[in-house]
Design a protein around this ligand. Structure first.
Ligand SMILES: [Zn+2]
Length: 485
């Protein structure tokens, strides 16, 4: 079966982590390290009589996201109650947005281009809406084996931006590329900090053409999306191959066992009995308001990639990779500012640094390397204190330890040996241990290169190649002169 019979649509929930407060109350948005159920008030717990008040900055971020994703910004939008009975929402409804007769969500339509290989592919956006985050449920081990569920309302009421795509993706990789670029856009507009755990979560609808679609709920991190989708495609193919039928259902991605498990039959929209939130007036987004935001829009990843190509003379592919993550793009620009040579910086960053991060399964912000420790290493190479080869050897430690290159080189005794006296002494050993090669070297330059290689080996690769070369040739020339005379 071909890859293109896979149909994937995403529903992304992105916390607006750069807001200071929750969506409808004054509770802090910085809930992560707090004691459970301490970061709450009557509004986010939904006590009777409490009044929610929309966060103006959240509305602005939603409009910015809409403009960045080429959506139409609705002139009038309102909040709805999405009714359901579940422990993660103590008031038994979630304040969200809804599309119904005459009423729209805050942004409608839109599209984003992702770079799949050399080709760009357009993924259509269905809608963008603001809603409140439910409480966090804590399970002991896998969800279906947990003896109990704990509930922490600290997260309840956090501003979420829900972004729904059309089912335009045809592989798990495309889904990952979409999410990566969305994350970069949300970081560039200043709404979201990608380093926070669980700040961007995703539900995925996935089907194999001709079969029912399955929803995978709450994939809690970026890195897990591709794994979850790959697992689900294999599972569905194997059901179909065995003559079974895919049932329409909601499944949960178990990050520990790396499998999806069935949770429940999928609800239909009418199960939620949406009705207008009576405590919040409709939002009227005037033209001037939207235009003011449009004028103040910061540089977005595509424009930044164009600028990188122009200003730093790097290939398009490099520029796209570097701007796919705002922290990587910032890291790059800061390093270029400190070091100067944009191409050397991008070569090291694109090749060695990203390669090492990838092999360790780390994101840049999980690593300890900084532009200054990185540039410090590049300067040691440029200043001939270490070779490029030693640079590559110490890079993994530079990435994980937070130590400076200088410190690592000294601790590991890897500083380049460029002292003629020291190298001359080692050369003497090499010459006495390789009498045959020394004999051959009287006529044969290849034998000289062999002796140079032996000397380098004795210095564990730390000999300054230029001086090692000179020391060996000096001795050989003297010996050749001696035999001639
Ligand atoms: Zn609150």
């Amino acid at each position: 079966m071909a890859e293109n019979d896979v149909v994937i649509g995403l529903e992304i929930h992105c916390q607006l982590t750069k807001l200071r407060t929750k969506l409808f109350c004054g509770c802090s948005s910085d809930y992560r390290d707090k004691e459970p159920n301490s970061n709450v008030c009557e509004v986010c717990l939904g006590h009777p009589g409490s009044l929610p008040k929309p966060n103006r900055k959240a509305v602005e971020f939603a409009v910015m996201a809409g403009l960045a994703l080429n959506s139409a910004i609705s002139e009038k939008t309102s909040f709805y109650r999405k009714n359901y009975f579940y422990v993660d929402m103590s008031k038994n409804f979630q304040i969200s947005m809804y599309e119904t007769a005459g009423m729209k969500t805050i942004c409608e339509g839109g599209h984003m281009e992702i770079n799949v290989g050399p080709q760009a592919k357009t993924i259509k956006i269905t809608r963008i809406q603001l809603e409140e985050d439910p409480a966090r449920l804590v399970h002991i081990g896998p969800i279906d084996l947990s003896p109990y569920t704990l509930v922490d309302y600290n997260r309840a009421g956090m501003a979420l931006l829900e972004i729904v795509t059309e089912p335009d993706m045809s592989s798990p990789r495309e889904a990952r590329l979409f999410l990566q670029k969305l994350r970069s856009i949300m970081e560039h507009i200043g709404a979201y900090d990608g380093g926070l755990e669980g700040a961007m979560r995703c539900d995925a609808n996935i089907s194999i053409r001709g079969s029912e679609r399955v929803e995978i709920k709450n994939i809690s991190s970026f890195k897990e999306v591709e794994k979850a989708l790959n697992f689900e495609i294999s599972r569905q193919r194997s059901v179909i191959q065995k003559g079974g039928r895919i049932t329409r259902e909601t499944r949960h991605w178990d990050e520990i066992r790396k499998v999806t498990i069935s949770l429940r039959e999928k609800e239909e929209e009418h199960d939620y009995r949406y009705f207008p939130e009576p405590d919040i007036a409709p939002l009227i987004l005037r033209q001037e308001f939207v235009e003011r935001i449009r004028r103040q829009m910061p540089e977005l990843p595509d424009a930044r990639a164009e600028r990188f190509i122009k200003d730093y003379a790097i290939p398009k592919y490099d520029a796209q990779v570097l701007t796919a993550d705002k922290r990587l793009a910032d890291f790059y620009e800061e390093s270029v500012r400190l070091y100067g040579d944009a191409k050397t910086v991008s070569n090291w960053l694109m090749g060695d640094v990203l390669g090492e991060l990838h092999s360790k399964g780390l994101e840049l912000d999980e690593a300890k390397i900084t532009p200054s420790t990185f540039v410090n290493m590049l300067n040691m190479i440029k200043g001939n204190e270490i070779s490029g080869k030693i640079g590559k050897i110490i890079l993994p430690e530079l990435i994980t330890s937070g130590k400076s290159a200088l410190q690592i080189v000294d601790e590991r005794g890897m500083r380049k040996v460029s002292d003629r006296g020291v190298l001359g002494g080692i050369a003497e050993e090499v010459f006495s241990e390789n009498a045959k090669a020394v004999g051959d070297a009287m006529q044969d330059d290849n034998a000289v290169h062999y002796l140079i290689g032996q000397l380098m080996k004795k210095t564990n690769g730390k000999g300054d190649p230029k001086i090692v070369n000179e020391v060996v040739w000096d001795r050989v020339r003297k010996l050749r002169g001696g035999t001639a005379g």
